[in-house]
Design a binder for this molecule. Structure first.
Ligand code: ZN
Length: 349
């Protein structure tokens, strides 16, 4: 689908003379949506314009000739830009579907069964589409049967990380500090899968801001109290309109601009892992934002039993109930904590 979209973008651009293109900023535009609309990367757009901190409606931006709208010829010669490589990149443990792929062929190429691929990716039938990112190796074991990379040793407030995995930036998320983006295989697997699923449902959504997980070998990570053993992750929110500075920085909200549906989908997918080894242990989130989500979920017909299990709200900020809990300072990001994995024998709660 992504590929079709790009071809569609390219062909509409070809109809217009390539020089002197511009875009007039309307309210609700962000650099990200403008770049995406014109087939540019954020950096290409930034390079072509002298940009201040904020965009104002009515402002004219120069739209450069961008890699995604460029001629096919330059791509054939192998002069791929960074963004070109980024967009369908198949990372460790994931594969981006190309047109013509079948589930059977992908399974065979990665030495997996179709059944496993379907299970890991929540697929009901055999239908896949180009551009879709698939999990192609087990979150708990490598396909040669060795245990997971990334062992949490000790616990989040006093621990370390052995053989951790570094979360790599893709166009679906921005890593604020790559040297602090190390975690256990479960932590990274669950986060990446949930973010990819949100993007699949909301293809135009902005990249999510990924803050600190742990250091490469874990241990004390200033200024955090926990984040020591690869099982904590600070992650920004999804917004209706991307706030200035986001996703480079977190953005604070008590509800305004908060993309309730996308945030809920993201949370729901992670909450779903709570009954598994290596799944979600707890989420810290500001009480006011809990209320926003709670009301949305309730309105959409969630059972009382589910609401009680998922939310601390409305039982007060000091109650120790629900998977989503209030902690001060969590009005600009989620703090996810994952449980010990099946093979992590030195891992403590
Ligand atoms: Zn945190």
């Amino acid at each position: 689908m992504l590929r079709c979209l790009i071809i569609a973008v390219a062909s509409t651009l070809i109809a217009i003379p390539a020089s002197a293109k511009s875009h007039t900023v309307r309210s609700g535009d962000s650099l990200w949506t403008i770049a995406r609309k014109h087939g540019c990367t954020l950096n290409e757009l930034k390079r072509a314009n002298k940009l201040g901190k904020f965009l104002r409606p009515g402002q004219k931006l120069r739209i450069p000739r961008c890699s995604k709208s460029g001629s096919q010829k330059s791509n054939k010669r192998g002069k791929q830009t960074r963004s070109k490589k980024y967009r369908g990149r198949s990372g460790r443990g994931t594969y981006v579907v190309k047109s013509g792929d079948t589930l059977g062929r992908i399974a065979a190429r990665h030495h997996q069964s179709i059944k496993k691929l379907k299970k890991w990716n929540g697929l009901k039938g055999n239908l896949i589409r180009a551009g879709q990112r698939l999990r192609v190796s087990s979150p708990s074991y490598k396909h040669d049967g060795r245990p997971v990379e990334g062992q949490s040793v000790g616990g989040p407030p006093r621990g370390r990380l052995a053989g951790g995995k570094q979360m790599q930036e893709t166009e679906e998320w921005h890593i604020r500090r790559p040297h602090n983006a190390w975690g256990t295989a479960y932590t990274i697997y669950h986060l990446e899968a949930a973010i990819a699923a949100v993007r699949a449902k909301y293809p135009d959504i902005h990249p999510l801001s990924v803050g600190d997980l742990s250091a490469k070998k874990g241990g004390r990570l200033y200024p955090h109290k926990s984040h020591q053993s690869g099982r904590d992750a600070d992650i920004g929110f999804y917004f209706d309109n991307v706030p200035a500075g986001y996703p480079k920085y977190f953005a604070r909200t008590h509800g305004s601009g908060f993309h309730v549906a996308a945030n809920w989908l993201f949370l729901r997918l992670l909450l779903k892992t709570a009954n598994t080894k290596g799944g979600l242990q707890v989420v810290f989130l500001d009480y006011k934002l809990q209320k926003v989500l709670y009301e949305y979920v309730k309105e959409n017909g969630a059972s009382d039993e589910f609401l009680l299990r998922a939310f601390q709200y409305p039982r007060g900020i000091s109650t120790r109930v629900g998977l989503i809990r209030h902690e001060p300072g969590h009005d600009n990001h989620y703090h996810f904590r994952f449980k010990c994995g099946a093979s992590e024998s030195h891992c403590y709660r």
